[in-house]
Design a protein around this ligand. Structure first.
Ligand code: PLP
Length: 427
């Protein structure tokens, strides 16, 4: 039998024309090997053109957002919080069902994340529970939360209409974490352009990559200038280094931005491919009892399907289920540069069901990378003292959910193979 290539969740994929390399070569040829330069400017322009373009909206079809390219999406979260005035002792509302980069920068600032659970359909922040949290924090602390961070989990939009309506009523700025939702749209408008700020990520596994990198979508030139200033060590206008505020070294490298410029030529192909893979999973899994593919709740939602996700009925039995969690896992999720904290137990007090773990192992043995859903932040030991407004949705999804390969390298034939293996795994 021919040996199959391992199928990964979402691998970086370069343009056929090799434009990434051309832009990098240009950077070397012109000696712009620094965290600024023509590629950074060009990439920012490409990003602005992309996010400012509305496809379906009947009014205001061209937006006027400005974009700053940064060294990571985490840096974008960090700087947007600072720009919203978040500091020591403040509170920030953040979706609990997310990757840690949405909430960690809140703690960098000495502030406290207030976690809010999700709604069933979108899996993203529940607007009603969010308002409950706002009211309760005001009652308990006498202060409003300083910002609200909804997250486009796996690329699925959040109900931004209701979120903005509530946020505006309380006059609290919204920072959209669209790191996983680059190119996802709500009513035809690109995510990241509704709130005060919008976070994008170009890490190696995201919709497009700059190897590592991110960007912040800013509302206007003034905000853009402030973010730019904060991202370059907050230098004052003197012939020598004069510092009147604390800044950061967060600007994107001109080399990385060269990759980004190449990637922007194929971003729509990538998004279309992820959507196509979703349609295939949906079609091929529609008759498999107990497995459900997560799709757009209604026509306002237009997910990029960065990662396709399924939920697995707890009643379904999977081959090898009796051995799930019997061995301690050797590496951290996603590799984490080979650096892991060793653990001595295979269990935590909140983990995916045994049939989900068994399916993960079964697929892994078939050369398919699958991953549990992100564990909600309010269930993370590091956040055990943070306030949380919970309805059980994210915790129960975490127990039954799984991410499947979705990236540009995943072919139709791969999807068929993955679905075959899922069927084979079910007893
Ligand atoms: C990836 C990610 C980020 C941050 O991105 P980096 O570029 O890896 O720092 C932020 N939020 C979410 C939800 C993400 O998935």
């Amino acid at each position: 039998m021919l040996e199959r290539k391992k199928i990964y969740l979402c691998l970086a994929h370069m343009s056929e024309a090799g434009l990434e390399q051309k832009y990098i070569q240009e950077a070397f040829d012109t000696n712009w090997v620094v965290p600024l330069g023509p590629n950074v400017n060009g990439f920012e322009k490409d990003l602005e053109d992309f996010v400012n373009n509305c496809q379906l909206s009947t009014v205001n079809c061209q937006l006027d957002k400005r974009v700053v390219a940064l060294s990571s999406g985490t840096a974008a979260v960090h700087l947007s919080l600072i720009a919203c005035g978040v500091g020591s002792g403040d509170e920030v509302i953040v979706q609990s069902f997310t990757f840690c980069a949405s909430s960690h920068p809140i703690t960098y600032l000495g502030a406290t994340p207030v976690f809010v659970d999700s709604e069933k359909d979108s899996w993203n922040i529940d607007p009603e529970l969010m308002e409950t949290a706002i009211k309760d924090r005001i009652a308990k602390t006498g202060k409003k939360p300083k910002a609200i961070v909804p997250v486009a989990l796996y690329g699925m939009p959040y109900d931004i209409d209701r979120i903005m309506e509530i946020a505006n009523r309380y006059d609290i700025p919204v920072i959209e974490d669209a790191a996983e939702g680059f190119g996802s749209r709500w009513n035809g408008q690109v995510l990241g352009t509704f709130g005060q700020y919008g976070v994008l990520s170009f890490n190696g596994n995201k919709m497009i990559t700059t190897s590592g990198g991110g960007a912040l979508v800013c509302p206007d030139k003034e905000a853009w200038q402030k973010i730019m200033w904060l991202a370059t060590q907050a230098r004052e206008a003197y012939p020598y280094y004069q510092h009147e505020a604390i800044g950061y070294n967060y600007r994107m490298s001109n080399i990385c931005a060269g990759i980004g410029r190449g990637q922007m030529t194929i971003v729509n192909d990538h998004i279309n491919h992820h959507k196509h893979v979703f349609e295939l999973y949906k079609e091929l899994l529609k008759d498999v009892k107990g497995i459900e593919v997560h799709g757009n709740p209604d026509e306002r939602y237009d997910a990029n399907f960065w990662l396709n996700t399924i939920t697995i009925d707890p009643e379904i039995r999977i081959k090898g289920q009796e051995n799930a969690y019997k061995t301690v896992v050797q590496g951290a999720v996603g590799g984490a540069a080979g650096v892991v904290h060793a653990t001595d137990s295979a269990h935590t007090d909140c983990e995916p069901n045994a049939n989900v773990e068994a399916l993960r192992v079964f697929l892994d043995q078939a050369g398919i990378e699958a991953r549990p859903l992100w564990k909600p932040m309010h269930k993370q030991p590091v956040y055990k003292d943070a306030p949380a407004y919970v309805n059980g949705v994210s915790e129960s999804l975490f127990k039954v959910g799984m991410c499947l390969p979705s990236g540009p390298y995943v072919s139709d034939e791969d999807v068929k193979y993955i679905v075959e293996k899922i069927k084979e795994a079910i007893i």
